[in-house]
Design a protein. Structure first.
Length: 452
């Protein structure tokens, strides 16, 4: 009986051991049904988005959105594309995260306008001068008037009012005495030796002489010079012009003006080439203009003298009487006055024109930049509501932060270009006022001198 009980216990233990081993093996080999598997949850990592510029205008200028805001407002298809991109944004965004994602989509393209604005130079140029250099208003001109008087025998002829030579001398004296202070005058006479005979031709054709050297007018000396000669021989016009070129050789420079007046009653008679002589004088660095007063000249003489004047960069005028000659010389005197008036008017309007161009260029570029930036800010406001409706912000504070960044961005752009516009306009205004004041002073100074 005791053996039977022991056998039952041993057999029970054996069966229990076999049952546990089977269960262990079975646990290693059998798989759970697919629908009973426990999936491991992987946490999503948000995509990293580079930060967009907020308060650095130079970085803001570099950014350009994928969509043009103006086009989005006009085109429903583009608007739908933009809204689709907003729907793909992840949830629970902070204001800064949403801002960094939106700016690359709708940033205003102001790069071109900003470059054009920066390129606007507020410095008004005045005859190539600038504030960095000495102010280059032209100095008062040194005016050299060289008078070449024909003293050939034909100048003894009579016209209305008296002898041509006598009338010419009187008109020249009056003209020289009225020249503005600071002007220089020279009197050269030609053809005043010998006679009109063939025997005296060589002597007469070589006769050209300075009787009043270049310098300030002095009444007694000038009148004495006029009394030294009388009408006599031939007409060496070309030789007189060539000698005048030598007389003025030292009179060069930006503020030196050389004017030649030839008073003659006829053509070249000494085989010279007055056209070539006048052209050489005018084209030289002396740059003297050659004006000719034809005193009672026939048609042939007028044609030649006109050609000489044109070659010398001047004008030809025919006069037939004492009053004609005096009137012409008065006109020439007043020409200096009007040229200064024209100079001042030209410079004044040039300065004003430059100032206006600078002002309106800057205004145009800053307006374009402002309105593009404003359109961007308004679109940011619209997108803010869209993102709120889509539940993309993590909370209301995030939505407020998003809009705050948008406002800072717009104000940064607006303030920078406003300040730069003010700075450049200050330079422009100061130079405009400075130049206009100096032009006015210079004009009054010279008009007073020439009208006295």
């Amino acid at each position: 009986m005791r053996r039977l009980f022991l056998f039952v216990i041993v057999w029970g233990l054996f069966l229990a051991g076999c049952s546990g081993e089977d269960q262990h093996i079975s646990g290693e080999q059998e798989e759970l049904p697919a629908d009973e598997k426990i999936e491991e949850k992987v946490e999503e990592v948000p995509e990293e988005v580079p930060p967009a510029a907020v308060d650095n205008v130079h970085e803001i200028v570099k950014e350009q959105g994928k969509y043009d805001v103006d086009e989005v407002n006009k085109n429903e298809e583009l608007k739908a594309q933009l809204m689709a991109e907003l729907k793909d944004f992840p949830d629970n965004l902070s204001g800064e995260e949403a801002y960094n994602r939106v700016i690359p989509l709708i940033a205003a393209d102001i790069k071109k306008e900003a470059e054009l604005f920066e390129a606007v130079d507020p410095v008004i140029k005045f005859d190539s001068s600038s504030p960095d250099n000495e102010f280059a208003l032209p100095e008062t001109e040194t005016v050299n008037v060289a008078i070449l008087l024909d003293a050939s025998g034909s100048m003894a002829g009579q016209v209305s009012g008296g002898q041509k030579m006598k009338l010419a001398k009187e008109a020249i004296k009056n003209y020289a005495s009225d020249l503005p202070e600071g002007s220089n005058v020279m009197l050269r006479v030609y053809g005043h030796k010998g006679t009109g005979s063939d025997a005296d031709k060589e002597l007469s054709c070589s006769s050209h002489e300075v009787v009043f050297p270049l310098g300030a007018y002095e009444e007694g000396q000038f009148e004495s010079a006029l009394n030294q000669f009388a009408p006599a021989g031939w007409t060496p016009l070309a030789g007189a012009i060539e000698e005048a070129k030598k007389d003025l050789e030292s009179q060069k420079g930006e503020n030196v003006r050389n004017v030649i007046y030839i008073v003659s009653d006829g053509i070249e008679t000494c085989d010279g080439d007055p056209v070539a002589a006048a052209k050489a004088l005018y084209s030289s660095d002396i740059q003297a203009e050659v004006n000719i007063i034809g005193f009672d000249v026939d048609n042939e003489g007028q044609a030649q003298l006109k050609e000489v004047a044109e070659a010398g960069g001047g004008v030809y005028k025919t006069v037939y009487s004492e009053s004609d000659l005096n009137d012409y010389l008065k006109e020439e005197y007043s020409r200096l006055y009007w040229e200064w008036l024209a100079w001042s008017n030209d410079r004044y309007f040039d300065v004003l024109g430059q100032s206006n161009d600078i002002y309106f260029d800057m205004l145009g570029y800053t307006n374009d930049i402002y309105f593009k930036s404003l359109a961007e800010k308004n679109m940011m406001s619209t997108i803010r509501y869209e993102l709120k409706d889509l539940g993309k912000f993590k909370d209301g504070d995030a939505a407020d932060e998003f809009m705050k960044l948008a406002r800072i961005r717009h104000e940064t752009v607006d303030q920078y270009f406003d300040q730069e516009e003010d700075r450049k306009n200050k330079i422009r205004k100061e130079l405009k006022e400075k130049y206009q004041k100096l032009i006015k002073e210079k004009k009054e100074e010279n008009l007073e001198k020439y009208s006295s």
